[in-house]
Design a protein around this ligand. Structure first.
Ligand SMILES: NC(=O)c1ccc[n+]([C@@H]2O[C@H](COP(=O)([O-])OP(=O)(O)OC[C@H]3O[C@@H](n4cnc5c(N)ncnc54)[C@H](OP(=O)(O)O)[C@@H]3O)[C@@H](O)[C@H]2O)c1
Length: 329
C-alpha cells in the first residue's frame, strides 16, 4: 500500500487521478490532496474515508511515496523538487521538467522500460496530451519502417486548457444562443462556434508553444533526431478529446495492410480499418488512442495519412500518469 499525494486535486486532471486510483485499484494507504487557497477544506470521499483538500506547505510531502502533480508549470517547478526531496516518486503533468535532460519523459507503452522496476525519489515527466496520442501512433511505424517526416494538425478540445476553459465554452455557447453579451477570458478569441489557430502563446518564429512541445517531446520520446516534424495546433469548440490529422512519410514503400497490421499490434492503440471508418472525440473518449482514415497520400511518396483521436484527460494526462506509477507496483 502506498501513501499518495495529488497536487491540483480539484482540477480536471486531478479529479480524474482520484477516479483512476479507485477504478484501477491502485493500492492507496493514505491520500494527500492539494489545491489553491479557494479549495482548502473541500472534502473528497475516497474508499471509506473523507479527505480534506489542503494547501501546499513546507513538509507537506513527508511519507508520500507517489506524488501526482497537475497544477501548472510554476507550481510543479517550485514543489515537485520538494516532494522528491521528501522521498516521493513525482509524476508531473506540467511542462516544467519535460525537456530537462535529467528527467525522463515517459509513455509506458513506448519507453516505460527506461524507469526500471524499483521506485525511487525522482521527477518523471508526463508528456503533453497532443504529443502522447501522436507518439502512440508513430512508434510502431517508426520501429517497423522508419520515419523521415511527420506533419500534424491538431483539433484540440477546451478541456485541454483546464476547468475554467471548459466552463467558458458552456457559458459562451449559451450566451451566443441567447444573443447575450459575454467576455472571453480563457482564449484569445471567443471559442463558441469558432476555431482558434493558437494553442499556448505564439513565439517570434510564428510557432505556438503547444506546437513546440509536440515537436520537441516527440523527438525525445522516440529518442531520435533523425526525422523532420512540424505541427500546427488548433483549439476547437469540442468539450473533451483531441483529434489530429497526421501525415507520416516512411522510409520504405509498404502496403496498407502492413501499416494496419503494425498499428494493430501496438498496445493501447485501436485501429479503425475501413477506408471510410474513423473515430470521433465525442464517441471515442476512452483509454485508447484511436486511429482511422488510414490511406496513402496520392502525391507524396511513401506518405500515409491518418486521423488520431484520444481523450486528452485520460491517455493524454491522468491515465498515462497512473500507468507510469503502476510500473513500480
Ligand atoms: N487538461 C488537459 O487535458 C491536460 C493534459 C495534459 C497535461 N495537463 C496539465 O495538467 C495540469 C492541470 O491541468 P488541468 O486541466 O487539470 O487544470 P485545471 O482544471 O485548471 O486545474 C488546476 C488545478 O491546480 C490547482 N491549483 C491552482 N493554484 C494552485 C496552488 N497555488 N497550489 C495548489 N494547487 C493549485 C487548482 O486548484 P483550485 O481548484 O483550488 O483552483 C486545480 O486543482 C496543467 O499543468 C496542464 O498543463 C492538462
Amino acid at each position: 500500500m502506498s501513501s499518495v499525494a495529488i497536487v491540483g486535486a480539484t482540477g480536471l486532471v486531478g479529479s480524474l487521478f482520484i477516479e483512476l486510483l479507485k477504478s484501477r485499484k491502485f493500492p492507496v494507504s493514505d491520500l494527500h490532496l492539494f489545491a489553491s487557497d479557494k479549495s482548502v477544506g473541500q472534502k473528497v470521499k475516497f474508499g471509506k474515508k473523507n479527505y480534506s483538500v489542503k494547501k501546499l506547505s513546507p513538509g507537506c510531502f513527508a511519507g508520500v511515496e507517489f506524488a501526482f502533480f497537475s497544477s501548472g508549470d510554476s507550481i510543479s517547478a517550485e514543489w515537485a523538487p520538494e516532494a522528491m526531496k521528501a522521498g516521493a516518486t513525482v509524476i508531473d503533468n506540467s511542462a516544467a521538467f519535460r525537456m530537462h535532460p535529467n528527467n525522463k519523459l515517459i509513455v509506458p507503452e513506448i519507453n516505460g522500460a527506461l524507469l526500471g522496476s524499483k521506485r525511487k525519489a525522482e521527477i518523471i515527466a508526463n508528456p503533453n496530451c497532443s504529443t502522447i496520442q501522436l507518439v502512440m501512433a508513430l512508434k510502431p511505424l517508426y520501429d517497423h519502417f522508419g520515419i523521415s517526416d511527420v506533419r500534424v494538425s491538431t483539433y484540440q478540445s477546451v478541456s485541454g486548457a483546464g476547468k475554467a476553459a471548459f466552463e467558458e465554452l458552456v457559458s459562451e455557447t449559451k450566451a451566443v444562443l441567447a444573443k447575450k453579451k459575454f467576455k472571453t477570458k480563457e482564449f484569445v478569441k471567443p471559442i463558441a462556434f469558432n476555431s482558434i489557430p493558437q494553442v499556448g502563446s505564439i513565439g517570434d518564429d510564428g510557432f505556438c508553444s503547444e506546437e513546440n512541445k509536440i515537436i520537441k517531446e516527440t523527438k525525445k520520446i522516440l529518442d531520435s533526431d533523425s526525422f523532420k516534424i512540424s505541427a500546427f495546433t488548433v483549439r476547437v469548440p469540442s468539450m473533451n478529446g483531441h483529434a489530429e490529422a497526421v501525415w507520416v512519410t516512411l522510409k520504405k514503400s509498404v502496403a496498407r495492410s502492413d501499416v494496419l497490421g503494425c498499428l494493430e499490434r501496438m498496445p493501447g492503440v485501436k485501429v479503425h480499418t475501413g477506408l471510410n471508418e474513423f473515430p470521433t472525440v465525442r464517441f471515442n473518449s476512452d483509454d485508447f488512442v484511436h486511429v482511422g482514415r488510414i490511406h496513402a497520400d496520392r502525391e507524396h511518396e511513401n506518405t500515409w495519412m491518418m486521423w488520431v483521436v484520444s481523450d486528452n484527460l485520460l491517455k493524454g494526462a491522468a491515465l498515462n500518469g497512473i500507468q507510469i506509477a503502476e510500473i513500480f507496483l
